[in-house]
Ligand binder design. Structure first.
Ligand code: FES
Length: 566
């Protein structure tokens, strides 16, 4: 008779060369925490907790984790929480993106190394959800993603404020001299006032929506505000469901497939989601051995309407999406375009889920498929001599008047150069120029910061210029907006064409043709290339070395080459 695989606390024993001793020792030490023998015989549900004093978005996690534990206990499991790396977006230097892969390694290895039959991943702030999903896919233990949920917007002098589109709006007004120092000080205290992730369709909300669209989070759970009682009920339900999955496993490898990644891309486009999500979804899919091509993105973008009216491209906040029907309302509209036989964490397919759902929707927030906000998706990939491997433009957050345009390059060679010169009164720049930032990609030493939202030069901002074409190998916050070409690949620090642009060069952008071209002769480019040197010395030790040696370009999700599934 085949031996039953060890489960619960008996999984993956520490190796002392005597399995019986190892189990006895483990149970003995577990009992030192006060567990009874009865509880130690139950299926174990790990709870990957990314709370941290450096992560404001996760400040409610103690309460959320308690609710998960309640659900696990009620369903007959043993909940055991464990800490992982946490990535508080604005508390990390040079950028949280540098540490997403580190967190994914932590999550993967701790799921694999510790005895658990299933895991609830508790995350929310920008990079934490992709890191948890990447780790969970690689570990391939049954996993439920529990999201932090969005912050609530605040009422402030007759208008609603919410991080972080309004952060940028007020800062732009401050730079333009329309909000004084006292005013911006007051705004600062009113932008982020509750627990939870940024209140608009930024990267965190986009990744939450993607987690639900992929089938990794419980139906209806992505948009629940962090402080809503439903968020706690979703936590309890996630714990319950994890126990069921421990008994009848549904693994990430059954959920994250080519088809579910397509569904997630459709949702990303329909919600006008963050450009960062392309990078993260590519990395998550890569862990399952699935490629995401930017040409494919363009095909999907052309046939996916924008349905959700949220900032930064629209007017509402994430809590409004929840009240309007949530991600389920979007999925129902997209139904004819989706692969309905995709498995989800519930053990049922997406199609079964959508058949059962109630149909009330607030149409001011989620539009009908045939009455969309825009007929085509929010994101497009551009290719050409400036970006042979691709670049991304969020057209739904951009000014269509700038879509077909040739301009003169005004080049900044680094973030430091940008900071030093962008507001210089002597800067030779006009509203018709293209601002170009070099050396802000994955290998730049800045680890691809959200610096693609180059500020409008102060002298132009003061004269009323609100948007210009801006081009870089950086990323952009999901809460930002403007005619901004991002993720140019190969990046400048890897010797891509972006590194060869000089002041005064002509660049042609055509969103219609999906083109971005540097109009400089091949001979001149070769001459510049011969004189090119990498902008930073290679790190010699530690995580910085691991990162620099192995990080891939944006079109591969900036994952480490050795972490992708072969
Ligand atoms: Fe955490 Fe925006 S800072 S989601």
């Amino acid at each position: 008779m085949a031996q039953k695989k060890p489960h619960g606390i008996a999984r993956g024993l520490t190796n002392y060369g005597d399995a019986g001793f190892s189990l006895y020792l483990r149970r003995s030490f577990a009992k030192s925490m006060g567990y009874s023998g009865e509880l130690l015989g139950r299926p174990v549900v790990g709870i990957a907790d990314s709370r941290s004093g450096f992560n404001n978005c996760h400040r409610h996690f103690p309460e959320l984790v308690e609710a998960v534990k309640r659900g696990v206990l009620a369903a007959g499991g043993l909940p055991i929480d464990f800490p992982t790396v946490s990535l508080g977006e604005v508390f990390l230097s040079p950028t949280s993106m540098m540490f997403r892969n580190l967190m994914s390694i932590d999550v993967e290895e701790m799921i694999r190394a510790q005895p658990m039959d299933a895991v609830v991943l508790v995350g929310g702030c920008d990079k934490t959800v992709p890191a948890q999903l990447m780790g969970a896919v690689s570990a391939d233990v049954p996993a439920v993603q529990l999201l932090a949920g969005p912050m609530m917007p605040t009422s402030f002098r007759g208008e609603r404020l919410g991080a972080c589109t309004d952060c940028r709006r007020f800062w732009a007004m401050h730079r333009a001299g329309k909000v004084d120092a006292a005013g911006i000080d007051e705004v600062e205290g009113n932008l982020a006032t509750t627990a939870g992730t940024c209140a608009v369709m930024g990267t965190a909300s986009t990744m939450a929506s993607i987690a639900e669209a992929l089938g990794m989070a419980l139906p209806g759970s992505a948009a629940i505000p962090a402080v809503h009682a439903d968020r706690l009920r979703a936590a309890e339900a996630s714990g319950r469901r994890a126990v069921e999955m421990a008994k009848e496993p549904v693994r990430p490898s059954q959920i994250i497939t080519r088809e579910s990644v397509h569904n997630a891309l459709r949702v990303l486009l329909a919600i006008g989601g963050s450009t960062n999500a392309i990078v993260h979804l590519t990395a998550i899919a890569g862990r399952a051995g699935i490629g995401v091509s930017l040409h494919e993105l363009n095909e999907l973008s052309d046939s996916t309407p924008v349905l959700v009216d949220l900032k930064p491209t629209g007017q509402h906040y994430m809590s409004d999406l929840y009240a309007a029907g949530g991600v389920g309302a979007v999925l129902r509209e997209l139904k004819p375009l989706l692969h309905l036989d995709c498995m989800t964490v519930t053990g049922r397919t997406l199609g079964e889920r959508l058949q059962e759902e109630l149909a009330w929707v607030d149409r001011s927030v989620v539009r009908k498929f045939d009455e969309p906000l825009a007929r085509q998706g929010g994101l497009v990939a551009l290719f050409g001599s400036l970006a042979p491997n691709g670049a991304i433009l969020k057209r739904s957050a951009a000014d269509p008047a700038l879509f077909e345009k040739e301009g003169r390059a005004v080049v900044f060679s680094s973030l430091d150069d940008l900071a030093a010169r962008i507001d210089d009164a002597e800067l030779d720049v006009s509203a018709e120029d293209f601002l170009v930032l070099q050396n802000a990609g994955p290998k730049s030493g800045y680890a691809m910061p959200e610096a693609g939202y180059l500020p409008i030069p102060a002298k132009l901002a003061r004269s009323g210029v609100k948007d210009m074409v801006r081009i870089s190998d950086a990323r952009m916050s999901g809460t930002a907006y403007g005619t901004i070409v991002l993720h140019v690949s190969p990046e400048a620090a890897a010797g891509g064409a972006l590194a060869l642009v000089r002041n005064g060069d002509r660049i042609r952008l055509s969103v219609r043709e999906r083109k971005i071209d540097l109009r400089v002769s091949e001979a001149e480019l070769q001459r510049r290339k011969a004189a090119w040197k990498p902008p930073v010395a290679a790190p010699v030790r530690g995580y910085a070395k691991l990162y620099m040696d192995h990080v891939m370009q944006a079109e591969h999700g900036c994952d480490f080459d050795f972490l992708r599934k072969a």
